[in-house]
Design a protein around this ligand. Structure first.
Ligand SMILES: Cc1cc2nc3c(=O)[nH]c(=O)nc-3n(C[C@H](O)[C@H](O)[C@H](O)COP(=O)(O)O)c2cc1C
Length: 322
């Protein structure tokens, strides 16, 4: 089983990925938060820094792109191919209203015919470029099962099956469900059976038990993608590998002590990327909204963290927690 670290915009940028990989190796691949391809045919400097090969040389990165236009997507694939990437992932999952109203992210699932035309144009354009000097990356999808009705999954599967994607990562929720409520395992099952491509499961895998239950249901599944579960417990990939190798997962559990050097280095890495402790603390506070689950009874300390204004406030919070 391969383990992929999910893309999480605002969290899993390169400072986080590198520091996580150093202290908690075990993810076979990381996906970048989405890069926007638009009519300017330029990525932002921050986006280019995030996928620059020299900022990702300790791990395997698959860059993710968000766009609603085939021409823009193919441009992005070429640029990323020139940087050396062999796979580019297309975002069909972002549920945010500003994205969806522009028919991007999960908004691409709203109109199946338009999605079909988009894929057709993408692969037409890619085919015309085949044989160019740079070998073009393969295309994978990260998709939800539909926009507003689980029945849409049937048509979506038919459409996807007509195109040569290298992998389909499925988060079995509708756009309208954002990231809450239970995932539709039965719809994932149907898509898994029907899709002709390698399929990856993503959604709500937070513990070794969650992953083992999934493996029982889908013994041939080649990979799972995990996001929030790895933020809540940074040792999760280590625990999963340990169990897979026949070891006692208890021997791989996270200790509070190993969190401190990880968090200190992450703070330092963010400080190099951003100007000022306030911005860095904003990032650390966001991460702690997940990490807090490791510390039962930490409500009071978390309140202090929310109020923390200076680095000294943050250090005092850390000393109390760890
Ligand atoms: C804060 C946040 C940011 C996210 N950013 C992205 C993103 O940039 N691209 C993407 O495909 N999914 C994004 N996602 C979705 C995650 O990759 C993942 O599909 C989702 O969290 C469900 O998996 P999990 O239950 O393992 O966390 C984001 C989710 C969250 C909570």
């Amino acid at each position: 089983m391969q383990y992929y670290f999910a893309p999480m915009e605002g969290i899993t940028g390169y400072p986080f990925r590198n520091t996580f990989q150093k202290y908690f190796p075990g993810a076979d691949r990381y996906y970048s938060p989405f890069l926007v391809a638009n009519q300017t045919f330029h990525f932002k400097k921050k986006e280019l820094r995030d996928v620059a090969p020299e900022n990702n040389d300790t791990l395997t990165l698959i860059p993710q792109v968000m766009t609603a236009q085939a021409e823009q997507f193919v441009w992005a694939v070429e640029v990323l191919g020139e940087l050396g990437y062999r796979e580019v992932n297309l975002n069909l999952g972002c549920p945010s209203a500003t994205v969806v109203t522009r028919h991007k992210g999960a908004g691409m699932l709203e109109d199946a015919d338009r999605l079909d035309r988009f894929f057709e144009e993408v692969f037409d354009r890619l085919e015309k470029k085949a044989g160019a000097l740079v070998e073009l990356p393969g295309i994978s999808l990260k998709t939800r099962i539909g926009f507003s009705d689980v029945k849409e999954a049937v048509r979506l599967t038919e459409i996807i099956n007509r195109y040569p994607f290298c992998e389909i990562i499925i988060h079995p929720r509708l756009r309208e469900e954002y990231y809450g409520g239970t995932v539709h395992r039965e719809i994932f099952h149907e898509m898994y059976l029907e899709l002709e491509h390698p399929v990856v499961f993503n959604g709500d895998l937070c513990t070794i038990e969650d992953v083992e239950r999934l493996k029982e249901d889908f013994p041939d599944l080649g990979a799972v993608m995990i996001g929030r579960g790895a933020l809540r417990n940074p040792a999760l990939f280590r625990i999963l590998h340990c169990a897979e190798g026949g070891g006692d997962p208890q021997s791989a559990v996270l200790t509070k002590e190993e969190l401190r050097p990880f968090l200190d280095e992450l703070f330092g890495e963010y400080s190099r990327e951003m100007s000022g402790d306030v911005q860095v603390m904003f990032k650390m506070k966001e991460l702690w909204t997940y990490l807090k689950d490791l510390f039962p009874g930490s409500e009071k300390a978390m309140k202090k963290l929310r109020k923390a204004k200076t680095r000294a406030d943050y250090e005092a919070f850390l000393n109390e927690m760890i």
